[in-house]
Design a protein. Structure first.
Length: 88
């Protein structure tokens, strides 16, 4: 089971970028609280899904990939990835 730590700031409306903060570890939450809200607390929330899937991020587009899908393909098979957009 994977758990994330969630902080809700009720001073902001739902959908506001600062309404929710989600942390991967309690230590990450503690560090954020030290600088931003020493009185705040986060609660643990279970992440649903299959944790056993080997996953990785595509180096071209950044999409999360289920690596089991790649085992069925030969290297070079499939469509070309879309061209990367360069942001300056």
């Amino acid at each position: 089971m994977t758990t994330v730590w969630v902080y809700v700031d009720t001073n902001h409306y739902v959908g506001h970028p600062d309404h929710l903060k989600v942390f991967a570890t309690p230590d990450a939450a503690d560090e954020w609280f030290k600088e931003n809200d020493p009185e705040g607390v986060a609660f643990g929330y279970e992440v649903l899904g299959d944790e056993t899937r080997p996953r990785s991020y595509c180096p071209v587009c950044g999409a999360l990939i289920d690596m089991r899908d790649l085992a069925e393909n030969e290297i070079g098979e499939g469509p070309e990835p879309p061209p990367r957009k360069v942001v300056q």
